[in-house]
Design a protein around this ligand. Sequence first.
Ligand code: ATP
Length: 319
Amino acid sequence: MRKVGILTSGGDAPGMNAAIRAVVRKAIYHGIDVYGVKNGFQGLIDGYIEKMDIGSVGDIIQRGGTILHSARSEDFKHDEGQQKGMEQMEKYGLEGLIIIGGDGSFRGAEKLTKKGYPCIGIPGTIDNDIAGTDFTIGFDTALNTVIDAIDKIRDTASSHERSFIIEVMGRNAGDLALWAGLADGAESILIPEKQDELQEIVDRLNRGQNRGKKHSIIILAEGVGSAFGYADKIKEQADLETRVTVLGHIQRGGSPTASDRVLASRLGAQSIELLLNGEAGKMAGIQNNRLVAHTFADVLAQKHTIDFSMYQLSKELSI
Ligand code: ATP
């Protein structure tokens, strides 16, 4: 293998740059040329492709976002778009492609692989919603951003004796809400995988108030519903005022944590090893702190699950 391409796709995540750096440097270490594809699969279709070198990934390990930019491409979901992408790979002589992104991106990568263009996936999303890996690149940084924000909200919550509902990202996966809730001692955690009855939340708020607690924090994953809607329902049912903070896109930005940089470096390097070993059509992952590789088919067929013991623990600690 002499030439490979790399792209970032779907939502960006802190640590993607560290992964790009690892892919480029590991490939060059093995004497392989690397081409950066800008704007995800759309850039592949459009031929937005440039050769990278050791210097082009210098000074990026600490930067959030992705120097290759990311995009969502409707065109690539169709055969015609994939065909155009493959023509560009032919034109540049790319014998393999590394895709950093989420499960949607791996669907595209699986199609390319089936059509004879070897791809390897690297899980990069703050949601931590990918099967076959314990952690995705960006999750730890986003979690720390959320914790930092909750700590600040807690200061004002306790000064003004208020309760807050904090909405975090997570359309289908509750990891961010669950980990943040446990790390920040939230009273209630609302996640798509397991939903408390409103009454249980209200009871917990009332119990807290009765023992003199002046403020409460409720963390809600966006996939559960609107935080404002929950605030209204709590007001209706219990006559309790709750303030709402929607954290939004700040969760996707920022300098990656050490943990994300290390994960990105390990998975980036592993992706090149996999390509070199002829193991196309797989996602590089980490399980029990060991590097693993699962086929796209397996990753896409399974559903990432939360650790329900953590959910139970959060309840036991917020009695
Ligand atoms: P995130 O977790 O941040 O949403 P993602 O990788 O799941 O990341 P998607 O928007 O689902 O994000 O997918 C990214 C891109 O992958 C799409 O814009 C499209 O170009 C490509 N893609 C998604 N699904 C398919 C598919 N079924 N076939 C071919 N390409 C696909």
